[in-house]
Design a protein around this ligand. Structure first.
Ligand SMILES: [Zn+2]
Length: 139
């Protein structure tokens, strides 16, 4: 069960607790016992949902750590007139090809190389166009 499922189970449990609170006290002991059994069942479901949600959070934290590690291990970039470029593998001081999308790089650490769309360098990920980005040749 995911987090929204856990919230749904919790909402149902709260509704049941309110129903028990508002129960007509003249009702029989057997009806109260049945409501308490429902409450116990719902609470067990909420507990399982919270365990699942906790496991999902742990999984997402591990995935986030892996992604951060991957981004920080990416290629070193060369800054040229406000844009970052990949380095020529034969000469690490020379930029090559298209620039890396400044928006994706600054916002999420993603090195997304621009591509020409109608002769305009454009990010294939966020679709931002950078008309003033220079394009270096490839070796
Ligand atoms: Zn982008």
């Amino acid at each position: 069960m995911d987090i929204s499922g856990a919230l749904s189970a919790l909402t149902n449990t709260v509704t049941l607790v309110k129903a028990i609170k508002d129960l007509d006290h003249s009702l029989g002991k057997s009806e109260l016992k049945a409501k308490m059994a429902d409450l116990y069942s719902d609470l067990a479901e909420v507990k399982m949902a919270m365990v699942d949600a906790g496991n999902e959070i742990k999984r997402l934290e591990a995935e986030k750590a892996e992604l951060l590690k991957r981004f920080s291990a990416k290629d070193e970039l060369i800054l040229h007139k406000g844009y970052h470029y990949r380095a020529d593998p034969n000469d690490k001081s020379k930029p090559i090809g298209h620039a890396v999308c400044p928006l994706c790089l600054s916002e999420e650490g993603i090195q997304m190389t621009l591509r020409d769309v109608g002769y305009k360098p454009t990010c294939p990920r966020c679709n931002t166009t950078y008309e003033d980005a220079f394009v270096f040749g490839y070796p």
